[in-house]
Design a protein around this ligand. Structure first.
Ligand code: ADP
Ligand code: MG
Length: 485
């Protein structure tokens, strides 16, 4: 463990609460659809509207996704868990309470680990989770289309959420963003959430406080609804500076909920924060305890795909990749599958990794293309890499072939032929070129023989040029040395 970085002598403390919308078809306690973007109130049934006499019915698909999440982060899945009413008044909450979980959440403990760059070092960091609980989303107030009045859209009411709460374990905005990215990767990888931050499927609240190192925890302020990683970083950095300024000016920090305004780059107090006691939590008498049998947990575990960190460890072990490569290649399932298929096709995992992190990433970053619809198949990239390792083409020629594959001009061997990129491996042809260059550059030859090793460069360059880049550099060197000694 390295000592936490300080900001103006203060230690930053951050804990996250993330609402991940679970990817079910229907709501958590009703059969209404959760599809995004429908006309207001077309996806709100009697239960979502809180009509008298309606009762919630548990959507077991939501529970199963919570179990999957718990297993993915090595948490304990509660044998028996309880739903509670969180009571507050708001126009978009017609019941007057939100069904959530309080004392016994479905997911308990667990942790999220990730790597992050600190200067030149790559450090490993683990953030402990406190819990993850199931709850329903509220509706939405609409202010734009009504002159002097507000409208209520209850489509979102009852949408299943998993609220994932960390311990206050993060010590910088960099760590916070790295945690959020890792969590995002986990929920989308496992497939319990589509991760769409714009549409609000993955909403992060950052609890931020500062303290003198070794002192008690400071009072926190909670920044709500950070819907991009960029804003997350900006908001936390601003908030940290603001709190330090307040304290330095002799003001105490008041517990509050704040909003980040991307236009000004500032956080602004929205309301003073309620304490749990203000919500008068009590067990919801409409829902029986949620009992999760160990056989159910075992079945879910057996059906889950390999997790990113397990896969990364396997890449290190089976393919001899550095930890860094393995982590990058397991950023998404599609990237990992592409890597494995290409490595199988050519048997050169490290070269494949270099190509994916180099040319392939460069091409992906500059367009709309992802590993899901990449125009160069794993078989093609594998074939291309094989042509480098069997000395048919040079690395720079391979980049040209790759461009041809990308724009679907043909297959590897046909492209090498058509573009005339085959390396000259024929000793006779190479020797002819070398003899010509040696004859044309007597000064370099003399200098080299007199002991100036650098004079060799003045010969290799013209030889490569005369061969139009098609000479095999290793072979050129070998032949040159033979002729000059
Ligand atoms: P609440 O019930 O008000 O949401 P919790 O105790 O559940 O409060 O904590 C919510 C989040 O705030 C957690 O992620 C926790 O790690 C974080 N947190 C708690 N105390 C602090 C603190 N002093 N500074 C920063 N984060 C904190
Ligand atoms: Mg909370």
């Amino acid at each position: 463990m390295t000592a936490p970085k300080l900001v103006q002598g203060y230690e930053v403390v951050i804990g996250f609460e993330t609402h991940a919308q679970l990817s079910t078809q229907s709501k958590i306690f009703s059969r209404a659809s959760v599809a995004f973007g429908a006309e207001p109130n077309t996806q709100a049934c009697a239960v979502d509207m809180a009509l008298p006499g309606t009762l919630p019915v548990m959507n077991m698909g939501a529970v199963e996704r919570a179990i999957e999440f718990g297993l993915a982060v090595n948490a304990h899945i509660a044998e028996r868990s309880i739903f509670a009413r969180k009571n507050y008044f708001y126009p978009d909450l017609p019941k007057g309470y939100q069904i959530s979980q309080f004392e016994i959440p479905v997911v308990q403990g667990g942790e999220v680990s990730f790597f992050l760059e600190e200067g030149k070092e790559t450090v490993h960091k683990t953030v402990r989770l406190e819990r993850a609980h199931l709850e329903e989303d509220a509706g939405k107030s609409l202010h734009e289309d009504f002159i002097g009045q507000s409208g209520i859209d209850l489509n979102r009411a009852g949408t299943p959420l998993l609220e994932i709460v960390t311990q206050p374990d993060m010590r910088s905005s960099d760590e916070a963003v790295a945690y959020a990215k890792e969590l995002h990767k986990i929920v989308t990888w496992v497939g319990i959430c589509d991760g769409n931050m714009q549409e609000g499927s993955f909403r992060c609240d950052a609890n931020v406080s500062v303290r003198k190192p070794g002192g008690p925890l400071g009072t926190r302020r909670e920044i709500k609804n950070l819907n991009s990683f960029k804003f997350m970083q900006q908001a936390i950095d601003y908030e940290v500076r603001w709190q330090i300024d307040q304290i330095e000016d002799g003001h105490a920090i008041e517990q509050a909920t704040v909003l980040f305004d991307p236009d000004t780059g500032e956080t602004r107090a929205m309301r003073t924060k309620e304490d749990a006691a203000d919500y008068r939590y009590f067990p919801d008498p409409d829902l029986p305890p949620l009992v999760i049998g160990r056989d159910w947990v075992a079945r879910v575990r057996s059906e889950m795909a390999e997790l990113p960190r397990v896969m990364a460890e396997r890449f290190v072990k089976d393919y001899g990749l550095p930890e860094y490569d393995a982590t990058l290649l397991t950023q998404s399932k599609a990237a990992a599958a592409y890597f494995e298929a290409t490595a199988k096709a050519c048997g050169q995992p490290k070269l494949v990794s270099n190509w994916i992190m180099g040319e392939v990433s460069r091409r992906l970053n500059s367009g709309e293309v992802t590993f899901e619809n990449i125009p160069v198949s794993a078989a093609q990239l594998g074939a291309l890499i094989s042509r480098i390792t069997d000395n048919t083409i040079s690395n720079s020629a391979a980049r040209q072939v790759f461009e041809g594959l990308w724009s679907k001009e043909g297959e590897v061997d046909a492209l090498i032929e058509a573009k005339g990129l085959k390396q000259i491996n024929d000793t006779g042809a190479l020797e002819a070129i070398i003899d010509e260059v040696l004859a044309a550059n007597p000064k370099n030859v003399e200098e080299f023989k007199a002991g100036n090793a650098k004079a060799l460069n003045g010969l290799v360059g013209p030889i490569m040029k005369a061969s139009k880049g098609k000479a095999n550099p290793a072979q050129v060197n070998e032949l040159l040395m033979k002729k000059l000694s």
